[in-house]
Design a protein around this ligand. Structure first.
Ligand SMILES: Cc1ncc(COP(=O)(O)O)c(C=O)c1O
Length: 381
C-alpha cells in the first residue's frame, strides 16, 4: 500500500457508533452523544464537565477561547483599539485566523531553533499595553517549558490560550495537557491524536469564560447548551453578543467517544513507538537534526518534523517524493502571509528553510518507518 503522510485511523467501532446514533437516537445534531463526549473528556482530563466545551473544529475552539477573554471585565468591550495576542509565527494558520476572527490582533513572535516552540524572550520584547494574552503552540506535540509561559503570563498579567491542537494525550512534567492552565484548545480533525471526523474542544478554568464560550458556540443563545443536552431548545432568547455555529454534532461526538477509548490502549503506544524508532534510525544521519523534547515531558507525537540542514531541504523533499515517500511542511510562518505580514523573524524563517515532515500515524508499521529512514539516509549521504 502507498505510504501516507497521515491518515484517519477509524474502522468498525466508529461505524457502529455512527449507526447507533442514526438508528437508535434519531437526532444527528448536538444532543446526548455530545454531552456524553464532554463528560468523558472531562473525566479523562480530570476536570469538571462544565469546563469542557466541544466544538466542530479546533479553530472554533481557539476562536471561542480568544472571544472568552472579553468576559474579563478588565478588557475593553469591542470597538476600541484591538487587544493583542502574542503567538509564535510557526503555527498552522488557524491560530492566527482564530485571533482575528475573535476581534483581536495576532502579534507574531519568534520561536526556539531546537523545538520550534515560542521564544519567551522574543515575546517579552513585543509586550505593550494592548497585549492581553499569550498563545503558546505545542508544536509537534511539544509542551516545551509550558510552566515558564504560565509564570511569565502571571507576572505580566496576561491570559494564556494554549494551542494544544497537536498535544492531546501529552503530559507536561507529569500533568496532562488540558488538566491545568487557563484556556486550552484541542483539535480532533481527521488526522489528530484522536479524531471526531472534524472537531475540537476548549477546556476553560474559569466559569465566566466557560459560560461565555458555551453560549458563543450556539450563536450566543444563553443557556442553550443546557437545553440541548436536555433534548430541547431555547425558543425565545434575547441575543446580547456575537456568536457562532460552532457546536459538535451527535454523529461527530459518537466517533470521538470511540476514539477516546482507543487512545490509551492503541494510539498512544503506537505513535510513541514509531517516533522512538524514527529517533533511533535517524540520530546519526548527516545533515539531519531531530527536534528536542524535555525528558520530563510525555509526548504523543501528532507529526514528525525534522530539520534538514545545510540548504538541502528542497533536494531532500524531491528525493523522498521520487522514492514514493510523501513529506509535508509544518509550517509556512504566518508573518510571511500577506494578511498577517510582519517584520522578519529570523529563527522562524531559518526553520521554514529546514523543516520537513515525515510520515507518522498509527497505521504505519515498523517496516514502513525503516523504509522512510533508509530513503532519508540515501537522500542525504
Ligand atoms: C497548531 C494547530 N492549531 C490549530 C489547528 C486547527 O484545528 P482544526 O483543523 O481542527 O480547525 C490545527 C489543525 O491542524 C493545528 O495544527
Amino acid at each position: 500500500m502507498q505510504l501516507r503522510l497521515s491518515r484517519s485511523i477509524v474502522g468498525v467501532s466508529e461505524a457502529e457508533a455512527v449507526r447507533r446514533v442514526i438508528e437508535e437516537d434519531g437526532y444527528l445534531g448536538m444532543g446526548a452523544e455530545t454531552r456524553r463526549f464532554e463528560e468523558e473528556l472531562a473525566a479523562w482530563f480530570g476536570v469538571e464537565p462544565w469546563q469542557v466545551i466541544t466544538t466542530n473544529t479546533g479553530t472554533a475552539a481557539l476562536t471561542l477561547a480568544v472571544d472568552s477573554l472579553f468576559a474579563d471585565s478588565r478588557l475593553p468591550e469591542r470597538g476600541g483599539a484591538l487587544p493583542k495576542v502574542l503567538v509564535p509565527s510557526l503555527t498552522f494558520v488557524a491560530s492566527f485566523q482564530a485571533i482575528v476572527a475573535a476581534g483581536c490582533r495576532p502579534v507574531a513572535c519568534d520561536v526556539l531553533p531546537q523545538t520550534g516552540t515560542l521564544d519567551l524572550r522574543d515575546a517579552e520584547r513585543r509586550l505593550d499595553g494592548d497585549v492581553v494574552a499569550i498563545m503558546p503552540v505545542h508544536y509537534a506535540s511539544n509542551p516545551w517549558h509550558l510552566d515558564d509561559v504560565h509564570d511569565f503570563a502571571r507576572r505580566k498579567g496576561l491570559r494564556v490560550i494554549e494551542d494544544a491542537a497537536h498535544a492531546f494525550g501529552c503530559r507536561h512534567h507529569g500533568r496532562k495537557i488540558g488538566s491545568f492552565g487557563d484556556l486550552v484548545c484541542f483539535s480532533f480533525d481527521g488526522i489528530k491524536n484522536i479524531t471526531s471526523g472534524e472537531g475540537g474542544c476548549l477546556v476553560a478554568f474559569d466559569r465566566e469564560c466557560a459560560q461565555r464560550a458555551a453560549d458563543a458556540r450556539l450563536l450566543a443563545v444563553e443557556g442553550d447548551t443546557r437545553s440541548r443536552f436536555a433534548g430541547t431548545r431555547t425558543w425565545t432568547p434575547d441575543i446580547k453578543r456575537l456568536g457562532w455555529r460552532f457546536h459538535l454534532s451527535n454523529i461527530m461526538a459518537a466517533i470521538g467517544r470511540v476514539q477516546l477509548a482507543r487512545l490509551e490502549p492503541e494510539f498512544i503506544p503506537a505513535r510513541r513507538a514509531l517516533a522512538a524508532q524514527y529517533a533511533s534510525l535517524l540520530g546519526d544521519v548527516p545533515h539531519l537534526a531531530l527536534l528536542e523534547t524535555d525528558p520530563e515531558d510525555f509526548i504523543v507525537p501528532h507529526i514528525l518534523p525534522v530539520r534538514v540542514l545545510d540548504g538541502r531541504k528542497d533536494a531532500f523533499k524531491a528525493a523522498m517524493e521520487a522514492r514514493g515517500i510523501p513529506t509535508g511542511v509544518h509550517y509556512k510562518p504566518n508573518h510571511l502571509h500577506s494578511f498577517f505580514a510582519a517584520p522578519p523573524l529570523p529563527v522562524c524563517e531559518r526553520l521554514y528553510a529546514e523543516l520537513v515532515t515525515l510520515p507518522l500515524h498509527p497505521g504505519l508499521s515498523a517496516e514502513d518507518v525503516e523504509t522512510v529512514c533508509r530513503a532519508a539516509r540515501e537522500a542525504l549521504i
